[in-house]
Write a protein that binds this ligand. Structure first.
Ligand SMILES: [Zn+2]
Length: 485
């Protein structure tokens, strides 16, 4: 066998079969061998991780809103992928909306690829979108390399990416099944939300005009609500909206045989249905996000719109049920749903939860956020690696290449210290915008070094080298390949 040109070794390496001391032999961009710790051939570069640190596969984040082209002032490929590298993430998958154009046509995807070219510090894959009337585009989008498709069952927040109804899905799903493509779903339906009587605002312009301090809204002859109280926002996005949406998607997955995945799941009341569907053998998976697992509605101050996202952060009791569902496999993975916007769209001055943009930026913080709470609950590093690396890689068809440390896989690796603590300071994050609901939180887990396909890209606070992230496109012939576009 050809000698490696790089060996990275550690006393604690997270491998699919458990945690052990090991030397990872790397030739160019691939792992060639997982060897004994002492096995380090002479003449190759050696990176020796400190005894206290963990060597793990680079994280995969399958839910990131990069917003370029068209809304690059919200984030962009350059800042998003640098934040990823600093957070130990070596692959992100971009969402098809908030960019203009959205990735709902072959032409829109071409614009997205052109915008991302030569700017990415980590590897980037792309979701396409299912919107009313674009069924004829789906085959071309898949052929051009999207990893699968996303849809909304409720207003997406931007007008150029309209939501679908059950009727629309009955047109799109047979095509998705025929193509063997996965559908990922924003699972809230409008019915229970409109029945609350609390108004929802979608357009950013309309929102800024609407918001003012302590806005009180009469929602029935007997009841007023105050837009600056978190409770009002939480009441406006009830669990029933998620529960009914999950129910609908289970029904349609059963009827059409489509592979379905529920994104950013929040309502604990739907976990039983999900569990039953999985037990019955349906091809359905679900993710949740750090904010649903580390924050609680009871603790959110009035006017703190940096905590607004959809579906909302719910009560502590709900949060504990989500952790239990991760433990028993009902929820499969934890991804960021990094969804930034310019800080003024958060309307922090008026503190109007109903009019503020919904979305939380947490790409760079996913590892320490999840680890801090996971270890408190007795979850292992193997669990962490499955939720943050292997499961999201599998979701997007990269399970033979990313998300694990194994021979033949990309040499995407992160060295991090699980015990070292730090305090979150938004100004020090590499996201384009610094407003964060985690400001001032003390977290465990500091990323020391990140390697992308055998090259160091991040080293103790410094970025190394030019951006060399690949744009990963799924080719028609295999389900897990790539090209360097
Ligand atoms: Zn999202």
């Amino acid at each position: 066998m050809t000698a490696p040109n790089l060996v990275i070794r550690a006393k604690q390496v997270v491998l699919p079969q458990g945690i052990t001391a090991a030397s990872i032999h790397i030739l160019e961009d691939k792992i060639t061998t997982v060897a004994n710790y002492e096995d380090c051939p002479p003449g190759c570069d050696l990176v020796d991780a400190p005894d206290s640190s963990i060597l793990m596969a680079g994280l995969v984040d399958s839910h990131v809103h990069v917003n370029e082209p068209g809304r690059t002032d919200w984030e962009g490929f350059e800042t998003a992928t640098r934040a990823a590298a600093a957070g130990g993430i070596t692959t992100i998958v971009d969402m098809p909306l908030n960019s203009i154009p959205p990735t709902t046509t072959r032409a829109g995807f071409a614009e997205k690829l052109a915008a991302a070219k030569s700017k990415c510090s980590v590897d980037v894959g792309f979701w396409g979108g299912v919107v009313p009337g674009n069924t004829s585009e789906l085959a071309a989008l898949l052929g051009a390399g999207v990893v699968g498709f996303k849809c909304f069952l409720i207003h997406s927040g931007v007008d150029e990416f309209p939501n679908v109804t059950e009727e629309d899905l009955r047109i799109a799903l047979p095509e998705l099944t025929r193509l063997g493509a996965i559908l990922i779903v924003h699972a809230e339906v409008p019915g229970p939300i409109s029945r609350t009587g609390i108004p929802a605002y979608h357009s950013a312009v309309e929102n800024a005009a609407t918001a003012h301090d302590n806005r009180v809204l009469p929602i029935s002859p007997h009841r007023n609500v105050c837009a600056t109280e978190y409770e009002t926002f939480l009441a406006s996005r009830p669990r029933a909206a998620e529960n009914e949406a999950v129910e609908l998607m289970i029904k349609l997955a059963r009827e059409f045989g489509t592979r379905v995945h529920i994104v950013h799941h929040s309502s604990a009341d739907a976990l039983g249905e999900l569990r039953a569907a999985k037990t019955a053998g349906l091809r359905i998976t679900a993710e949740t996000c750090p904010h649903y697992l580390t924050l609680a509605a009871e603790d959110i101050p009035d006017g703190a719109t940096e905590f607004k996202c959809c579906p909302p952060i719910r009560e502590q009791e709900n949060c504990e049920q989500l952790w239990a569902a991760l433990g028993d496999g009902t929820l499969d993975m934890i991804v960021s749903d990094h969804s930034p916007c310019p800080p003024e769209m958060k309307l922090r001055e008026s503190g109007d939860f109903l009019a503020a943009w919904g979305g939380i930026s947490s790409l760079q913080l996913r590892l320490p956020l999840v680890w801090t709470e996971a270890q408190r609950r007795g979850h292992s590093l193997e669990d962490l690696s499955r939720w943050l690396c292997a499961a999201p890689a599998q979701l997007v068809g990269l399970q033979n290449r990313k998300g694990k440390i194994a021979a033949g896989f990309d040499a995407d690796l992160v060295i991090w210290d699980p015990q070292r603590q730090f305090t979150v300071a938004g100004q020090q994050l590499h996201h384009r915008h610094k407003l964060t609901p985690y400001e001032g939180k003390t977290l465990s887990g500091v990323v020391a070094k990140t390697f992308l396909r055998g090259r160091k890209i991040y080293d103790d606070g410094e970025f190394v080298g030019e951006p060399r992230g690949l744009l990963l496109t799924r080719t028609a012939s295999t389900s897990s390949s790539e090209s360097n576009l």
